[in-house]
Design a protein around this ligand. Sequence first.
Ligand SMILES: CCCCCCCC/C=C\CCCCCC(=O)SCCNC(=O)CCNC(=O)[C@H](O)C(C)(C)COP(=O)(O)OP(=O)(O)OC[C@H]1O[C@@H](n2cnc3c(N)ncnc32)[C@H](O)[C@@H]1OP(=O)(O)O
Ligand SMILES: Cc1cc2nc3c(=O)[nH]c(=O)nc-3n(C[C@H](O)[C@H](O)[C@H](O)COP(=O)(O)OP(=O)(O)OC[C@H]3O[C@@H](n4cnc5c(N)ncnc54)[C@H](O)[C@@H]3O)c2cc1C
Length: 672
Amino acid sequence: MSEITSSIPLQINPDLQEERDKASFNVTELTHIIYGGIEKTKKRKRLEKLLFSDPFFQEYQNVRAFGSRSEYYAASVKKSTKIFKLRRQHKWTDEEYETVLDICHDDLALTLHHTMFIPALERLATEDQKSKWLTLAKQYKIIGTYAQTELGHGTYLQGLETTATYDPQTREFVMNTPTLSAMKWWPGSLGKSSNHALVLATLIISGKKYGMHPFLVQLRSMDDHKVLPGVRVGDIGAKMGGNSVDNGYLILDNVRIPRNNMLMKNAQVSPDGKFVTRGPSKANYATMMLIRVQICTMAYQVVSSGATIGIRYSAVRRQSKLDPQDREPKILEYQTQQYKIFPGLAMSYAFLFASRSLTRKYEEAFAEIQRGDFKSLPELHCLSSGLKSFCSEHSVRQVEIIRQSCGGHGYLNAAGLGMLVNAAAPMITVEGENTVMYLQLARYILKRFAGAMSGQQLDGSTSYLSMDPATYVCPVMSETDCRNLTALCDIYRYRSYMTVCRVARQVQHDMESDMPQHVAINKNLVDLVRAAKAHSYYIVVKDFVEGVDALVASAPVIKVLRTLCCFYAAHGIAEYSGDFLESEAVGLHQLKWIKNLQVSLLGEIRPDAVALVDAFDYHDITLSSALGCYDGNAYERLFKSTENDPMNKEEVHPSYYQYLKPFMEEMNKSKL
Ligand SMILES: CCCCCCCC/C=C\CCCCCC(=O)SCCNC(=O)CCNC(=O)[C@H](O)C(C)(C)COP(=O)(O)OP(=O)(O)OC[C@H]1O[C@@H](n2cnc3c(N)ncnc32)[C@H](O)[C@@H]1OP(=O)(O)O
Ligand SMILES: Cc1cc2nc3c(=O)[nH]c(=O)nc-3n(C[C@H](O)[C@H](O)[C@H](O)COP(=O)(O)OP(=O)(O)OC[C@H]3O[C@@H](n4cnc5c(N)ncnc54)[C@H](O)[C@@H]3O)c2cc1C
């Protein structure tokens, strides 16, 4: 009788334990830094325990892995409602609720209700409207979504075709989807879950268009969830990932809503049809900016989850030979393996600090905006557009590299990496497609650069554009200088300056050669995006360096974070060496030193790699990965995962009797 079983050993895999034993710093101390203090970590742990003591959360993993789309959606609705109920029962604060959503980590069917519908009501409704609609939404007496994107237009909001025509006789808006391309297409939780939608539509009064405004439209009966007259709504179909969410389509045919259902914080239509605006014209874009900021935090969660799985697995997987006399080494010993995974590890910490800094700036600016002061809006719009694009692009790419670094097992659903990549991939597209968002940043940078050229004193994230480039000397004079974080940051800043300067001059030159502005811009789009990326990279490196410098922590924690920060900066310079050389931010000597440093830092990070991912403190259910589990018993967990596979339910699959058996019989009878 074979002794091979799928039972999970009670002890930690010794290979992983060995890693933990040799960490140079206190993991718990770093965990507290990551979560904002001991109390917050404790609270998180308490919430985690409360959630995961319910066996449903474990069962949910099986439905996610093996259920049909409809079963997965249903389980996810159940999960959403369970969490909503727990929130009421335990009177969670908004912060506690956000923590629970972070712990759950994957997309809930009703996710749009809390990620966009409620924030949109908070930002776009008047106080009177809030007391009605927001109260209902927060008590889950209505479930809503944010319906902006149409089949024909997602990016170009001025091209949206859905109309809201004011009828002064009845004091109602008449909502219409005039063409196929005008139908709402993509909104999450729209297809089957929501009974209300915040529909973004072009306001028309007496035949005149007044731009895009938000309208609250009831879609389904509150008695039986049946679709209301004039409304056609459904699911848009299976996607690459995120299939627990019913992204939907919506067609409105002369649906009448009361005048008060237009959210009127930023613009009003009076009963007799007069239009009045307040604040800047882009005030109705406020919800998108919030989510862009949140996407940076999501990108941190995505890449840190991927790094946790990749590093733990690489510490328990043994393969091939390094020393012919020794046993097979852990794959984490191979320098190439470290080179695939450690950039994701360093990026996790970089994005932690960058998203924290962006969130702080957002909160400060939001408080000002609430007081009617909009001066920081342009800076924040551009910073959040750039960082949203940068963090999503880099995290998704890096997690796919980590997936590949796990060899064949990385390709299994049970590894959790494929699902992570596919769930995270839309971060690149949602809330403004990345290229388009980089171009929003580029437009801002060009204007600021022009301001600096005409002697304006700049502040905020672009203040460096007033530097005098003639004073730049590469601050790295020797190999040891390469470890100087301020020097590395200066190199990024100068690279960004030169990239911006070059494209600004080119656009100006093209326009002076009588090229219309739009032609000159389009001719330089690739370089404009390059400039926005260079600026975003500089901001992330700067936030990382400043974040580590400002930390109050023990010497070993500071040391390990400085090493990671140095690696993050050096790796970026090596990876984009062409740009750094072209801008003369570094010369060939410096590049060689930085590349050497990058490789030698791999060896310095290696002993602390497992501890650095343990500090993220992800629960096994949150990670949902046989390869990345805390105990390191990856093989047992992989084997265990096959037990729930419906393919293994019967010894002989029904297809044998249907197809294979008759086929084999026919083949065996055949004379050929
Ligand atoms: C482990 C966990 C994994 C989980 C991963 C989960 C993945 C996530 C999945 C699901 C989440 C779902 C949420 C998704 C929800 C959505 O996608 S909702 C739809 C979002 N749609 C968009 O974002 C549309 C993007 N387009 C735009 O924002 C605009 O059209 C535009 C900014 C590109 C252009 O706007 P337009 O009106 O045409 O303006 P312009 O003429 O270009 O610019 C005029 C000026 O306005 C300034 N501006 C633009 N936007 C803003 C803003 N938000 N705030 C302030 N100012 C703004 C712009 O800079 C211009 O200024 P100047 O004239 O001074 O240059
Ligand atoms: C999973 C998922 C969930 C979503 N959830 C919601 C939701 O809840 N509510 C909602 O309203 N929407 C939602 N969306 C829609 C999403 O916001 C849009 O898909 C997104 O804004 C991009 O718009 P688009 O699809 O029109 O892309 P397009 O604009 O068609 O982009 C296609 C290509 O054209 C390029 N392009 C477009 N314009 C320009 C330009 N000006 N300059 C240079 N290049 C350009 C882009 O770079 C891209 O390469 C969701 C989408 C997804 C995938």
